[in-house]
Structures are given as C-alpha cells and as structure tokens.
Design a protein around this ligand. Structure first.
Ligand code: PGA
Length: 249
C-alpha cells in the first residue's frame, strides 16, 4: 500500500504574539528552498490563526486551531466554532489534547462531538489520546488508549480527513518519551481500534506520536512502524528546531 506522507504538526499552545510570526517567515523561507517529503502544519493560538495563515500563504504550511467548540454558533462566551477557525484560514484543528481533557474536564464524548463539529465545518481534526503515568505504570496504557480511540472518534469521521495523535500525558513537556517498542505497541493498538470503529478505510489515516519530540529523537521515533507523523509542542516554537524535525521525517 502507498504510504501517506507523514504529518509534522506544531502545537504552539498558549505561546505566540505577532512578533513570533518572524519564526514562521523563517520556516516558510527555508521550506521554499528545499523540498521536504512530509506535510507540515502549525497550530497557533486562535488570535494568530489569520495572520499566520497570511504569513504561510503559498507555502506548504497548513494552519490549525488547538481546540474548537462542539456547537456551531450562539451564546457560548469565549468559545470558538470550527467554522470560525476555517474562516480565519485553518484547515485542521487539534481536539482532545490532554491539557483540555485534564484542565477543562473534557471527556471522550465531548471530544467526539468536537471532532464531528470540526469535520462538518471542513476541518480535519487531530484527535488526541494518551495514558497518564499512573495508567502506564499499572499496565493499562493500551487498554486506556484503545477505549479513548473507540469513544473519541465519531462515526461521522468515516471517509473524512482526520488524524489521531498518541500523546502519553507523562511525556508531554517533560523530556521523557516511551521506548520505541512502547510507541509501536500503542500505535498498533490505535490502528486496530480505529479500524474496528470506522472500518478498513482508515488504514491510511495518520497516527502521530506526540510528547517531547525533539530534533535529536525525531528520526528514530518517525521511523517506528505505524508512526505517521509527530505532534510537536515546545520544539515547534523555533523555526530551526521545527525544521530539524521536519527534515527527519
Ligand atoms: P511537547 O508537547 O512536545 O512540548 O512535549 C507536545 C504536545 O503537547 O502536543
């Protein structure tokens, strides 16, 4: 089967002001000089989506949101709908990041509703799953992730463009990563659960790994079977680091 190009997506989290668009210009400039064999995306805070989309216009860099409302519109103060993200220039959106699941009480049903709303608005959701340290240490990682996949992927994603990101909570921002064998084990379980939930059509949907991906570990992680890309936090903020990861794909 033809392998889909890997997706290297940067998650800026709550970082970035207008001045930081200079890093995006640097990235776009470097990407225009030498071909890369992967897809590249950046997910800035929503205040920067429109300006970053302008900065990246004409380049291969796709723009994404970091979260969206499950609602289409209305009296939801402070929330942003998927259609608004698309209107600002986004083509992707992260949903169910562990910082949303833990910090904002989002459960699998909420994540599934957001993924469905995103897809309906024409965005490709990147649906995040991942176990906590306690779940890893008590041997529940595969089971927890499998359950999250089954319950966070709405059936409406069948035939639509989307990705899943496996991000162990304990690996995010800590410098810790699972072993390559552990990454492969969970990615294979994610693929099996996706197929069980949505059918064989999802065989080429990318499964990204996220959690302390850096220039010095990207190549080995991206070479693991079933790893279809990376979701990169801290190392996506500087063009040089992010480029090094892109070049490792
Ligand atoms: P990190 O974050 O690369 O800084 O660990 C990854 C993420 O949370 O998406």
């Amino acid at each position: 089967m033809m392998q889909a190009p890997k997706l290297i997506a940067g998650n800026w989290k709550m970082n970035g002001l207008a001045a930081d668009l200079a890093e995006v210009s640097l990235l776009v400039d470097s990407l225009s000089k030498a071909a890369v064999n992967c897809r590249v995306a950046l997910c800035p805070p929503s205040t920067l989506i429109a300006r970053m989309a302008e900065t990246a216009d004409g380049s291969i860099v796709e723009i994404g949101g970091q979260d969206c409302s499950a609602e289409a519109k209305g009296a939801f103060t402070g929330d942003t709908s998927a259609a608004m993200l698309a209107d600002a220039g986004a083509t992707l959106v992260i949903v169910g990041h562990s910082e949303r699941r833990q910090g904002h009480g989002e459960d699998d049903a909420t994540v599934a509703a957001k993924a469905e709303a995103a897809s309906k608005a024409g965005l490709a959701p990147i649906v995040c799953v991942g176990e906590t340290l306690q779940q890893r240490e008590t041997g529940q990682a595969v089971e927890v992730v499998r359950r999250q996949v089954m319950q966070s992927l709405p059936l409406a994603l069948s035939g639509q463009s989307f990705a899943v990101a496996y991000e162990p909570v304990w690996a995010i921002g800590t410098g810790l990563t699972p072993t390559l064998a552990q990454i492969e084990e969970v990615h294979r379980a994610v693929r099996r659960a996706m197929i069980e939930r949505l059918g064989l059509g999802v065989a080429v949907v990318p499964i990204l790994y996220g959690g302390s991906v850096k220039p010095d570990n990207a190549a080995e992680i991206l070479a693991v079977p079933e790893v279809g890309g990376a979701l990169v936090g801290g190392a996506s903020l500087k063009a040089a680091d992010f480029l090094a990861i892109i070049r490792a794909a």
